[in-house]
Design a protein around this ligand. Structure first.
Ligand code: PHE
Length: 502
């Protein structure tokens, strides 16, 4: 029998008795593993070898895990330092022990919580006591971690699960293929295998010499498994933003554009947000160090907005009767919502006076000084929109949302009354999370108040909203933590494999 060189080598190295892995065969034949894999598939096809596959799990210490192998687990170090300080006799001040244990930053909390969990001692009133019978040296977690660092194989057990939860080990999977010789393979070897000269690659030399006419080319095995190469692609958030824009354009909306850094005037004052509103304090906004204030604001508009704030609009209008300061309105900040763009467009400041009916939208970033958690980021995309027309009602608002969200497969919207200084009535929107079944807030909306519209020079109804793009994405794809799609903790498989389809 004639076989290409790699196949002949693999066949000769294979055995009937002992299954050998691709790596072992690669070592035995001196061929690269991918060549051995290719040859193995060919040989399997011809019935000369049998291939089996299994998934092997390996557990390896993370960088933090390796550091603890070197220095000991933080709770163990704390116990040793506590005993050294005599805490097995009488509780001693914690600060001193923490310092002596060389613990800093996040390691302190880690040490304290595991110290208590493992019963190494007690912590009360800023003092720490140590149980003299505790043996951190014999701790199963510490032992398992050490054994893994030395190349130990165990991948199960309670200690390993705890280590995984603590982020001290990583679990990974790989497919191991093993090969044995079949009877037909043995027969072929006994009858004798010759190496067929096959050519794997057409070269310029083969072409110019004309040799290509006489050689035998290796066949491609297009069915063989190959390593997956992950190219770059557009992030699913961007893809979904594009999709949202298409849907809104399809619904007759035009896109607004405007600055990420804007004057508080456009972000808040034009929205009838009182200057002493809590959301306008330095806690919630990202102010600018340089420049701190916008150069100029449209004077007439400033005057009308100030008047609305001080005394309200209309014959029975009530303003805030609180101070209003133009300097405060001119302060610059990263916009906390894109309703600043709506204010700019509605005022006529961007593209001139607008005659009803009008529909506008934007899908743009906003910035908030929030605490990072599974549903909050410090910056996110807001789907802003508004419709200007005569005689709008809450039913128009709800109907627009039903129509919009239905295009993303979301048909179970719920509405809750809400409060915004600039809308009356106001509604929050909710959808149901597809995997947890929880209600998730996905937007805020309402009908702009006369106190906002009159100074802007708009004398018909305007309904408006700000929806969260990331939350829409959560409902569409079922992930539970916004950090799955952003930042260092993101779920690469989700990002690579999610199809955003129309
Ligand atoms: N600005 C609001 C927010 O960020 C959204 C909104 C826009 C609400 C327009 C009503 C009208 O939550």
């Amino acid at each position: 029998m004639q076989l290409p060189q790699a196949q002949a080598a693999v066949l000769e190295a294979a055995s009937t008795r002992e299954a050998q892995s691709i790596d072992e065969l690669a070592a035995a034949t001196g061929l690269p593993p991918e060549t051995v894999t290719g040859a193995a598939f060919e040989l399997q096809e011809e019935g000369l070898v049998a291939l089996s596959e299994r998934v092997e799990e390996t557990v390896t210490p993370t960088d933090e895990g390796l550091e603890y192998v070197e220095r000991g687990l933080p709770e163990g170090r704390l116990h040793r330092a506590a005993r050294d300080a005599g805490a097995d006799e009488e509780a001693v001040p914690m600060g001193q022990v923490i310092g002596a244990a060389g613990l800093e930053g996040a390691a302190v909390d880690i040490a304290l919580s595991n110290y208590a969990r493992k019963g190494y001692g007690g912590i009360e009133g800023g003092k720490i006591s140590a149980d003299p019978t505790a043996e951190p040296g014999a701790d199963p977690e510490a032992r398992a971690l050490e054994s893994l660092a030395e190349g130990g194989e165990s991948s199960s057990g309670e200690a390993i699960e705890t280590l995984e939860r603590r982020g001290l080990v990583d679990r990974s999977e790989r497919t191991v293929r093993e090969l044995t010789l079949t009877e037909a393979g043995v027969t072929a070897l006994m009858e004798g295998v010759e190496v067929a000269e096959t050519v794997g690659r057409l070269t310029p030399e083969l072409l110019t010499s004309g040799e290509w006419r006489d050689v035998e080319f290796a066949e491609y095995n297009v069915g063989a498994d190959a390593e997956r190469i992950e190219g770059g692609r557009i992030h699913i958030l961007r893809q979904t933003a594009e999709r949202v824009k298409d849907v809104l354009v399809g619904m007759g909306f035009r896109e607004m554009e405007g600055p990420h850094v804007d004057a508080d005037f456009w972000i808040n004052d034009c929205l009838f947000m009182p200057q002493d509103h809590p959301a306008r304090t330095h806690w919630d906004r990202f102010a600018l160090e340089e420049p701190t204030h916008i150069g100029e604001l449209p004077a007439e508009l400033v005057e009308r907005v100030e008047r609305a704030h001080r005394g309200g609009v209309g014959p029975d209008g009530e303003g805030y009767h609180s101070p209003w300061d133009e300097g405060f309105a001119r302060a610059l900040a990263l916009r906390g919502h894109t309703t600043s763009l709506s204010a700019r467009y509605l005022s006529g400041h961007e593209i001139g006076e607008l005659e009803p009916p009008q529909r506008f939208f934007s899908v743009e970033k906003v910035y908030r000084n929030d605490t990072l958690d599974p549903t909050h980021l410090l910056e996110f995309f807001q789907i802003e929109g508004w419709v200007m027309a005569e005689g709008l009602s809450v039913r128009d608002l709800m109907g627009t949302f039903e129509e919009f969200y239905a295009q993303f497969g979301i048909t179970d919207l719920e509405f809750k009354p809400h409060y915004n200084p600039y809308t009356e009535p106001s509604f929050e929107l909710f959808g149901t999370h597809p995997t947890t079944g929880e209600l998730v807030e996905i937007g805020n909306s309402g009908i702009f108040r006369p106190e906002m519209l009159e100074p802007l020079g708009v004398d018909c109804d305007v309904m408006a909203w700000g929806l969260a793009l990331e939350r829409l994405l959560m409902l569409m794809y079922g992930f539970e933590d916004i950090r799955d799609i952003h930042g260092t903790l993101c779920d690469l498989d989700l990002l690579r494999n999610t199809e955003v389809t129309y």
